[in-house]
Design a protein around this ligand. Sequence first.
Ligand SMILES: *Cc1c(COP(=O)(O)O)cnc(C)c1O
Length: 390
Amino acid sequence: MKARKLLMIPGPIEFEPEVMQSMATPTPGHVDPNFIESFGKALELMKSVWLCPAGQAFIIAGTGTLAMDIAGSNLIETGDNALVISTGYFGERYAELLKRYGANVDILRAPLGDVVPFDQIEAQLKKKNYKLMTFTHVDTSTAVLNDAKLFGKLGQKYEVLTILDGVCSVAGEEIRQEEWGIDVVLTASQKAIGVPPGLALLVASQKAIKAFENRKTPVGNYYCDWTNWLPVMKAYENRTPSYFGTPAVNLILALETSLKLILKEGMDKRFKRHLQAGKAFRSAIKALGLNMIPVNEKVSANTLSAPYYPERVTGGELLGGISKEGIIIAGGLLSEIKAKYFRVGHMGSVNRSDLLATVGAIESGLRVCNYSFNSGVGLKACQDILNDPA
Ligand SMILES: *Cc1c(COP(=O)(O)O)cnc(C)c1O
């Protein structure tokens, strides 16, 4: 019997075997001609996955938080006004980060499980001049989905640079960076991109690069500074060697593999598949009688779900029961309600069998906790959507 458990947390996710094979390639030097080709190709493929052909891609060793730091430090100078739209844990993180670089930060906070109303954001943009605005596409602490297209529109209308924290959405939720006019879309390797942790990934619009070039003061973070990284990215795109910091060679080989697999599936198909997985999983949770943090379907993420524990069911007992069934899911993250809910990632390579196995394990876990429900209702609801997505 297979001993390995299925990892259904919101990152790291389950990775494709081809990606893991790339990780096991004997490590080439960072100026090896074959590696230069892979690095250059990965940068190009990113722009296709991001749907931002005119953008500038960056691949830098680090986590998703580094990607946030890179965008923040390069675009903020002391005294700049920044607006953070917060739908949970990662919005608060962005506000703290921008303050370190001297930004005057205003935060608009959404009620738990909801988004900040559009009118409220627009009123704030009318009231004050901002250099940039950040928002979390999918906040991994609440599973709330923001309307990215709308933010792009607002940014264009009020001439504010927009930064989309897409760590839990890029290559899962629909993003059309160029068409929607979003200036920076950032993520990390271990989520829907499908590569082990260790790469900060972002694509910046030419407008964002220009804003960086027009800075009057040096970037307040040496490792993040685009002055160091832009020539490196451009060199690899032109298939010439360059160096600032040693690239994470094997991770970049794995990234090239994963991006190829993503584009082979096709972005439209991939967005639709995630939409269907999200819908099917939420349908199962609802059928089991559990509530979720997002207040309605429109603001529900498709890359992960965040259900509340039913009354008299404790996290330890339920997650333990689910783990016994061979599925790993995550506990809560938002401090105010941490012990009241759990999180299930369903992004990247997740397939129908994974979804059904997870719903089945949740049913088994609930049974162990003496929660009363009709056996199989979750599985049926999930399967009904998977069989008839329309
Ligand atoms: C995971 C995540 C991050 C942080 O990424 P790390 O790789 O853990 O630093 C930031 N934002 C969102 C939305 C995330 O889901």
